[in-house]
Design a protein around this ligand. Structure first.
Ligand SMILES: [Zn+2]
Length: 455
């Protein structure tokens, strides 16, 4: 008996990080949650009934998981899509064609029939000058790989105002996508105050190719009909679940994802997957026998897609507390296989965190210094050390913001691995004795609040 007690007393306690990995890989809960969110609630654009249902759903799940849960108020833009259609009209040189198009988020509606003129950049449309007057500007661009998104997203965000400034009456833009089966990909546009608001829609890449070819043959006329509109701002919420730290509860490790999605699909990859992974990380950490040293805060942001109101509201409500945020992670890059943990902190940060992540070796996930962040974390101001579990994004933009962003695209095993990695990273940051050194603020962050990323 005495011997048995002695053995018990000296046996090493199970490593919490390994417990987290084991839990994430075997319980299948992240995928079960994602199924529930996508199949029973579906699209979650800010201000929609789906978004509010998701808020209540997440609040209840946090409570069931043993986290201290609450809502924090956010005023969100409330944009609604209506019926939409378009066509290339028949001309003396050829037949007409229907256009697979979808309105850009936050855009105005309208009915336009006009000649189409092609431009490849904002500079090109400005150079069109008076020749664009009364026409539909068609923004064509060569995005073919994921990094093209960052290069060409300005055309979607600022293209409509640039076109309106030279007298255009509507905009069509080639979808920002790496694949398409005639699926148009939406996303936010943003009108400048000094230009008329004109209707703007994305066309499938196939239709963009067709338009381009037809324009080589001669003048092309198109009809666009969009019935979308902006309603008054709506009341919504960020949803927060917390595991209070046992020693330093005032120090916060934030892990987040965005609860809203575009309206065209279930938002399984963007960002249902992120929501499922950070919720699972929170649940697993809450279920450990000992709470971590610091507070873990899981934040489900509202309105990342068309306004970033949730990220801004969080930063404003927690302004005093931001210096006590010891690290922040946002999961908003889909559910591809997790490849590496990236962090942006001060010097020596990698060496501090590395020994804590050995449980991720079995998943072949290492740690490196690099770009980390997330649109909702931008308003924190760039001083909080940022960490990212970077997944394989090869196919992210195949379905991004399109009707094809559905649950079947999610690999349950990769989702579970992502949840495991986030759980280990979050727990380590909340448990390690030291905190990560802070990165020196960058020039642009010193000058002004970071520009919201049009995502
Ligand atoms: Zn997203």
């Amino acid at each position: 008996m005495l011997l048995a007690l002695l053995i018990l007393a000296t046996a090493p306690s199970p490593d919490p990080a390994r417990t987290l990995v084991g839990g994430a890989l075997t319980d299948g809960l992240a995928h079960a949650r994602l199924r529930e969110l996508t199949d029973t609630i579906g699209p979650r654009l800010s201000g929609s009934p789906g978004a509010e249902a998701a808020v209540q759903w997440a609040l209840k799940k946090f409570q069931q998981d043993g986290l201290a849960a609450r809502l924090e108020p956010v005023k969100v833009p409330h944009w609604v899509r209506g019926p939409e259609s378009g066509e290339i009209l028949p001309s003396p040189s050829g037949v007409g064609h229907p256009l697979a198009l979808t309105a850009l988020g936050n855009g105005v509606g309208g009915n336009v029939t006009a000649e189409v003129v092609e431009a490849r950049s904002l500079a090109e449309v400005a150079a069109l000058g008076a020749s664009a007057r009364g026409k539909i500007v068609f923004f064509d661009h060569p995005m073919s790989t994921p990094d093209g998104y960052g290069k060409f997203v300005d055309l979607r965000t600022h293209g409509p105002s640039a076109a309106a400034r030279v007298g255009a009456v509507a905009v069509l833009i080639r979808s920002l996508a790496t694949a398409s089966f005639r699926s148009p990909h939406t996303g936010m546009t943003s009108y400048d105050a000094d230009a008329p608001k004109i209707p703007a829609a994305a066309v499938s890449t196939e239709d963009a190719d067709l338009l381009h070819r037809l324009l080589q043959r001669g003048p092309v006329k198109a009809r666009i009909s969009l019935d979308c509109r902006m309603l008054p701002d709506a009341d919504s919420s960020n949803v927060i679940g917390e595991v209070r730290g046992r020693e330093k509860p005032e120090e916060v490790v934030l892990i987040g994802a965005h609860l809203d999605s575009w309206d065209l699909a279930q938002g399984a990859n963007d960002d249902g997957a992120g929501v499922a992974m950070v919720m699972e990380a929170g649940r697993l950490i809450a279920s450990l026998p000992q709470k971590p040293r610091r507070t873990l805060r899981v934040v489900l942001f509202m309105n990342e897609e068309n306004g970033l109101a949730g990220g801004k509201a969080y930063a404003a409500a927690h302004r005093e507390e931001i210096p006590r945020h010891v690290a922040a992670l946002e999961a908003d890059s889909g559910a591809g296989r997790p490849l590496v943990v990236r962090m942006r902190a001060g010097e020596g940060g990698v060496a501090l965190l590395k020994p804590w992540l050995s449980a991720l070796q079995s998943l072949e996930i290492g740690l490196e210094e690099g770009e980390a962040g997330g649109a909702d974390l931008g308003p924190l101001g760039g001083q909080v050390p940022l960490v990212l579990v970077h997944p394989d994004g090869t196919h992210y933009f195949d379905i991004h913001h399109s009707a094809a962003d559905t649950l079947d695209k999610i690999d349950p095993e990769n989702l579970a691995k992502g949840a495991a990695a986030i759980a280990v990273v979050a727990w380590s940051l909340a448990e390690m004795p030291e905190t990560l050194p802070r990165a020196p603020p960058r020039e642009r962050e010193k000058q002004a609040a970071p520009k919201p990323l049009a995502h």
